[in-house]
Design a protein around this ligand. Structure first.
Ligand SMILES: NC(=O)c1ccc[n+]([C@@H]2O[C@H](COP(=O)([O-])OP(=O)(O)OC[C@H]3O[C@@H](n4cnc5c(N)ncnc54)[C@H](O)[C@@H]3O)[C@@H](O)[C@H]2O)c1
Length: 311
């Protein structure tokens, strides 16, 4: 992991092998991440999810784009230690290496505290916090395996947090807890893996177009099939942006509706050699929404900056 930043984007992950969780949806951050990693030359990417209905179309899309990565879909409940160990072993045995683990699976159901039962709390923490821990524990062991293919141990984790790990008003309470805990996990794991040539970082998306509102109720229950296509998933998402007030003042940068591929760009950056000096960090990817949490309440309307007078 010595710093060298002089290589083409198509070589950023050249020859690397790993898995991305929460990558089974027809439109979401995990799916975009698979595409970015394929474009960056990864050798094999395992797209894992409770719901793998959309994997064939993902494989097709990558093939059409001319990417040569092997893309495999695997059913995985990230809260299961046994299932995670099985898939990580399978990948490492097959390819003789394991280089990246993108712990991205998640769901978000909005409940007030009266309606939040312990079963809801437990499931969120089990998937989004315990799931990340299981990934770090066994994924790091796989990254320590060396072979002719990979003479030096090492690798990179990117854990998906949330803007809800920064601000209380973004989510229900268990989601905020589950995502906030990841800050400590990322920082701590970066230290615990610091003699293993493994980096651990995270992305914390803000409002991002995806299938999350369509998928979450089902994902909370466990294995499911979602047959909605990307267009339908996007449409289902819009009411939420409307309710959040983002559409009222679109001139403000922080009210942008982010595309999932924008977050995937940061996941790629944090996995690749472009970020060798970043370790133990959660990167807030929210177009500045959290900084602008109080809107114009204190500043008053913010005018666009006046162009420099060039006379
Ligand atoms: N979209 C946003 O606005 C937003 C904001 C902040 C954080 N996030 C986070 O980004 C990540 C990706 O979400 P997305 O918006 O792309 O939503 P998405 O629903 O499109 O993707 C999440 C995927 O995770 C899968 N999943 C849920 N539980 C799982 C489990 N136990 N095991 C395996 N897979 C499971 C779902 O089936 C789904 O396909 C999540 O961790 C989410 O919390 C999203």
């Amino acid at each position: 992991m010595n710093g060298q930043s002089n290589f083409p984007v198509t070589d950023l992950l050249k020859g690397q092998v790993g898995l991305i969780t929460g990558a089974g949806t027809a439109y979401g951050i995990g799916r975009e991440c698979v595409k970015k990693f394929a474009a960056a030359g990864a050798k094999a990417i395992y797209a894992c999810d409770l719901n793998i209905n959309a994997i064939p179309s993902l494989q097709e899309e990558c093939k059409k784009a001319g990417y040569t990565s092997i893309i495999e879909g695997r059913k995985l409940d990230v809260s299961s230690e046994d299932q995670t160990v099985e898939i990580v072993k399978e990948i490492t045995k097959k390819h003789g290496r394991f280089d990246f683990y993108i712990a991205n699976a998640g769901f978000a159901n909005y409940r007030n505290l009266n309606d939040t039962e312990l079963v809801h709390y437990d499931r969120q923490v089990n998937v989004m916090t315990r799931g990340a821990f299981i990934g770090i524990k066994y994924g790091s062991q796989a990254m320590a395996v060396t072979s002719e293919e990979k003479p030096q141990p090492g690798g990179a984790f990117v854990i998906t947090g949330s803007c809800a790990g920064y601000l209380g008003s973004y989510s229900d309470l268990p989601y905020a807890v589950a995502k906030t805990a990841l800050h400590g996990m990322i920082s701590g794991a970066s230290v615990h893996l610091s003699s293993s040539n493994i980096r651990v970082n995270g992305v914390a998306p803000g409002f991002t177009k995806s299938g999350i509102l369509s998928n979450s109720q089902k994902a909370e229950q466990g294995e499911y099939k979602n047959t909605e296509d990307a267009d339908q998933l996007q449409k289902n998402h819009m009411w939420f942006f409307e309710r959040a007030g983002l559409l009222k003042a679109p001139e403000y940068y922080y009210n942008r509706l982010q595309d999932p591929e924008e977050v995937a760009d940061v996941q790629l950056f944090l996995t690749s050699k472009l970020s060798t000096c970043i370790n133990g960090q959660m990167i807030l990817c929210d177009s500045g929404k959290t900084s602008a949490a109080t809107g114009e309440a204190c500043t008053g309307p913010v005018p666009p900056v006046k162009p420099l007078d060039l006379s």
